[in-house]
Design a protein around this ligand. Structure first.
Ligand code: HEC
Length: 232
């Protein structure tokens, strides 16, 4: 009797059933955990300094809401388009918030963009490390390729950058009212706004899209430390 009930076929059948049950339970669990939680809106730590025009903001908000309403996620052929629109609308809302002066918690890790004033506003939140700045300048960001290799012929020499900015550049009437920091940031993220006399507009314009706020703060700290005599 005992041998009949524990025959290999029955044991195998029972094990298979158990396996099926286990797989279906774990699949259900996996499905439940895969649901993306809806983020809880967070209150900004400080009052936001509204730098944008509220009427314009409202107009853009209405435009974006209308766009979301035009496509349905439930209709299969439109689902991809709907998700694409949702994604773009999300990005547009983020841009709006940034333009209005909102500083996201991960500001340090985002590319800085090309708005010098926005960078100046957010820079106080980040500590610039001049040693890391030097590493980035000579390595990853490739600044030294132009600013060192040619010994000042291709681009202004690195050594003495701060002294040169302070004593020569800021005396130019085109830069009246500029601070050294403002000039240096503009030189990096909007290099063609002011072309240093004697040089061509050879500096790439992509750094704003590439460099994070933390990297910019580090490079800035490095350049501000170049306060020796300027060789050129
Ligand atoms: C392809 C060459 C090239 C690269 C790479 C380059 N620059 Fe420049 N840079 C120039 C040239 C040429 C000028 C002078 C013309 C001008 O004002 O745009 C300049 C000007 C500057 C100035 C103004 C200096 C002064 O004496 O007034 C700063 C600051 C500067 N660059 C920083 C950087 C930093 C930081 C990087 C890297 C993130 C970088 N540059 C990468 C070519 C380059």
């Amino acid at each position: 009797m005992i041998t009949r009930y524990t025959s290999p076929t029955i044991v195998l059948a029972l094990l298979t059933l158990l396996l099926i049950a286990l797989i279906s339970v774990s699949l259900t669990l996996a499905q439940e955990t895969a649901v993306t939680p809806i983020p809880t809106p967070t209150i900004p730590p400080e009052p936001v300094d509204l730098t944008c025009d509220p009427t314009e903001l409202l107009r853009q908000h209405e435009q974006l809401t209308a766009l979301v309403a035009t496509v349905s996620i439930e209709t299969p052929p439109q689902a991809g388009l709907a998700l694409d629109n949702l994604f773009k609308v999300g990005a547009a809302y983020q841009e709006l918030a940034l333009a209005c002066g909102y500083i996201p918690p991960d500001a340090a890790d985002r590319p800085v963009g090309e708005d010098v004033q926005r960078v100046l506003n957010t820079l106080s939140r980040v500590y610039g490390d001049p040693i890391n700045g030097q590493l980035l300048y000579n390595g990853e960001l490739g600044c030294a390729v132009c600013h060192e290799a040619g010994g000042g012929t291709v681009a202004p020499y690195t050594e003495g950058t701060f002294t040169r900015v302070d004593e020569i550049r800021l005396q130019d009437h085109l830069l009246s009212g500029y601070t050294a920091e403002q000039y240096l940031i503009e030189s990096i993220i909007q290099p063609h706004s002011y072309i240093v006399p004697g040089y061509t507009a050879a500096m790439p314009t992509f750094y704003g899209q590439q460099i994070t706020l933390q990297q910019l703060a580090d490079v800035l700290a490095f350049l501000l430390s170049q306060d020796g005599p300027s060789p050129g």
